[in-house]
Design a protein around this ligand. Structure first.
Ligand SMILES: [Zn+2]
Ligand SMILES: [Zn+2]
Length: 752
């Protein structure tokens, strides 16, 4: 099947030799060993009935370490049997210890419900009470589960809002808590990861209060820094079990670089257009496919373009799917996928996790997804039951073109690592309020969970009248839990409701900052592949009115950024420059927007806007250009503002290769004479309030970032700059001024 499809693609009129490389992924299976001798009889017979007589070596290792009482992080490839590896020792323990309980945490409610089907199969016959507990669980069922369940499948949200603040109702469950499983642990990066690390500390603190010291088991995709990551996420040390990275079925992974349409400007056909002809081909050959597109807007655009290219009776086989859709909409699409009514689903990473959507034949990754592990994660969504095909379409930007030039880089080990920041004050302060609500804070004891900043934060909250000190403890004075106000999946802002003007229905909710950037008056917003024009954005009452209207353009906001240094935390010398790391204040002003035509991206005009500033404190690394270097640039007749602007774009563009993040999680500012340093200065900052560890990692690994930046700009074949080197799609100054040659000279100077 795979080879037939490849042939079909190659004879299509749209094919111009854009396959850069075809990888055949390894499929050998790892060594097998017999089941451990000392398992409980019921679990033995269950495994025998299932035809499981042997386990892979990494599974055996996990079983043994868990039995020995170790915290374990299992980082092996998809479909490598991680679930069985922790289920066996946990269920075995629950059988031998009739009071013990276990908590399984999944990133989403849907995934917990999905996994429950598998766990229940195993525990039903053996007779262990298990269930899912989430926002949908009816009241009577909740009471029952609290009292009787021994194995609960939950998500971080219900733990944060429902379980921890009400721990007194759960005293028996917590007193007997022996295991905590965090599945799909690699999902907890960035903001959610930082929140999760606080929730895990609250969970440990409450368990310890009830006298139990549960073991943690983390299951994750392959990671570069499992020790560091597990320690930051949980706050305890872990044993790492890795190794197995092969697949059970044959898979081809293709790197596809869209053809050049204008060699002089290095312009390539858009990744969306490339996706459309391939998906059309897949649909016509009945290849069930999941396509991942990075942005919400991209998902809507590809869906729209694909549907427009199909015959009326083919359109229903295509659907978009993303976060932001209502639960009902998403369930409907999931079901259509399972029963084959939808054959092509176009999604953001909302479907990256293992929700069962039936067997898929192919994965299309539209643009580098932000990390190499995501490539494998997304690719692993197809081919779980048969041979399959994955295609990565590389975009015009520097990182994507880096992969197009050097596709083997995908298989380089030792690349990226997950960043989370358990000490982000904007995330930590609200969780300390939750912690005080749950059990009054004792600074001396709680420093152990929440780190060195605990004392300062607690004393400040006490001074502000939010805590009250009685004897040695700090109490949260409000009688209501603060948890529901903390959105662990966003930066904790008010939500703006988007109304459809036709029927006054809410179609989505988005954060205030996103609303300023995407739903200003006149913006085009896409939902379920339809275009809406924003009639009104009301930031006082948190709503926007959108009118469904068919237009042939989209809108991009233009913003000016200013940055102020607040506190220097660290500095070091790298070759010929000083590199700094610290706290900064970023001010972003959305000053207008441009309209661009859908198919061609042609600029169709612009408008000015007057919107409030977006302000936030975050972390950044920066460096200044010393006199002798500016002089050299001037001597060579290169423009300094254009030079540092280009270097800024290159650094923001290449940092994600070193740090696991999306380019959009970072921001950059360059200033020819920055008021705080009195020199030309380039900043790269975390795009999230308080920082999530990205620029910190960038600071640590600055040498690699400079090397990647220099390689990209010096090897690019364009004349004065292009999207593959110094242009940035996010630039608020519409990529002006930029000097490619200046950037080359400056980076060379720095590295010399
Ligand atoms: Zn270029
Ligand atoms: Zn720029």
């Amino acid at each position: 099947m795979i080879d037939y499809i490849l042939k079909e693609l190659k004879i299509d009129e749209n094919y111009h030799g854009q396959f850069v490389k075809i990888f055949e992924l390894k499929t050998e299976l790892p060594g097998l060993s017999p089941l451990p001798e000392d398992l409980n009889l019921s679990i033995k017979s269950y495994l025998q009935n299932m035809g499981i007589k042997k386990l892979y070596s990494h599974q055996i290792e996990a079983v043994e370490e868990i039995k020995n009482g170790e915290n374990v992080i299992i980082t092996t490839s998809t479909s490598s049997g991680k679930t069985l590896a922790f289920n066996i020792p946990i269920i075995n323990y629950l059988l031998n210890n009739p009071k013990a309980t276990a908590l399984y945490i999944y990133p989403t409610k849907a995934l917990a419900q999905d996994q429950f089907e598998k766990v229940i199969e195993m525990v039903k016959e053996i007779g262990i009470n298990a269930g899912t507990y989430d926002g949908d669980t009816p009241q009577e069922r909740r009471t029952y589960l609290r009292r009787h369940s021994r194995l609960l499948l939950i998500n971080p949200d219900i733990l944060h809002i429902g379980i921890l603040p009400n721990h007194t109702n759960w005293s028996s469950f917590f007193s007997n808590l022996k295991f905590i499983v965090v599945d799909e642990a690699h999902y907890y990066s960035g903001v959610l990861g930082s929140h999760m690390s606080e929730i895990m500390r609250r969970l440990r603190r409450i368990s310890h209060y009830y006298g139990s010291y549960p073991q943690f088991i983390l299951a994750s995709a392959t990671l570069k820094n499992p020790e560091e990551f597990s320690f930051k996420l949980i706050g305890e040390r872990f044993k790492v079990i890795g190794g197995f990275e092969n697949l059970p079925y044959k898979k081809k992974l293709i790197i596809l670089n869209p053809p050049l349409i204008d060699p002089s400007s290095n312009l390539r056909r858009s990744i969306y257009k490339e996706a459309v002809w391939i998906l059309k081909k897949f649909l016509q050959n009945n290849v069930k496919t999941i396509a991942f597109v990075k942005s919400r807007k991209g998902v809507e655009l590809v869906t729209r373009m694909l549907k427009n290219s199909l015959e009326p009776d083919e359109k229903e086989f295509v659907s978009s799917y993303r976060a932001g859709y209502t639960k009902e909409t998403r369930h409907e699409i999931e079901n259509k996928l399972k029963n084959g009514k939808v054959k092509i689903v176009i999604t953001t990473n909302a479907l990256e996790l293992g929700i069962d959507i039936g067997a898929l034949d192919a994965t299309l990754i539209v643009g580098y997804p932000g990390s190499i592990s995501s490539i494998f994660q997304q690719s692993g969504r197809s081919g779980r039951h048969s041979d399959s095909l994955s295609i990565l379409i590389t975009g015009s930007n520097p990182i994507d073109q880096y992969f197009a030039k050097d596709p083997d880089y995908i298989f380089t080990k030792n690349v990226e690592s997950i960043s989370i920041n358990p000490e982000n004050p904007y995330i930590q302060i609200p969780h300390l309020k939750c912690a005080a609500y749950e059990i009054p804070i004792d600074i001396e004891e709680d420093v152990e969970y929440f780190g060195n900043s605990t004392k300062d934060i607690v004393q400040k909250l006490n001074r502000d009248g939010i805590f009250e000190k009685r004897s040695d403890k700090y109490f949260y004075i409000d009688r209501h839990s603060v948890a529901p106000e903390i959105n662990i999946r966003g930066a904790g802002q008010e939500q703006i409701r988007l109304f459809d003007s036709e029927n006054n229905q809410i179609i989505e909710r988005i954060s205030r900052d996103r609303a300023i950037e995407e739903t200003f008056k006149g913006a085009v917003y896409m939902h379920l592949a339809d275009t809406y024009v924003v009639k009104e954005l009301n930031l006082q009452d948190n709503f926007a009115i959108l009118e469904k209207k068919n237009v042939d353009y989209y809108t991009d906001s233009l913003a000016i950024e200013t940055i102020w240094i607040q506190k220097l935390i660290n500095e070091k010398r790298f070759r010929r420059v000083n590199i700094y790391f610290g706290d900064v204040l970023v001010e972003e002003k959305v000053r207008g927007f441009v309209k661009k035509q859908f198919e061609s991206d042609r600029r169709m005009g612009s408008e000015e806007l007057d919107l409030p500033l977006i302000k936030f404190t975050t972390k950044a690394f920066w460096f200044t250009i010393e006199e002798e270097m500016s002089k050299k640039i001037a001597d060579l007749k290169e423009d300094l503002p254009g030079t540092i602007h280009a270097v800024e774009h290159l650094l923001v563009g290449m940092t994600p290769l070193v740090v696991l993040c999306d380019r959009n999680d970072l921001g950059g500012v360059s200033h020819p004479l920055h008021p705080d340093t009195q020199k030309a200065t380039i900043f790269v900052y975390d795009g999230i309030e308080g920082g999530i560890g990205l620029s910190e990692k960038g600071y640590e690994r600055i040498g690699e970032i400079f090397e990647f930046a220099y390689k990209t700009v010096s090897e690019c074949t364009c004349k004065d700059g292009c999207p593959s080197c110094i242009f940035s799609p996010k630039c608020g100054n519409e990529n002006s001024p930029l000097s490619k040659n200046g950037a080359k000279i400056l980076l060379k100077e720095i590295l010399s």
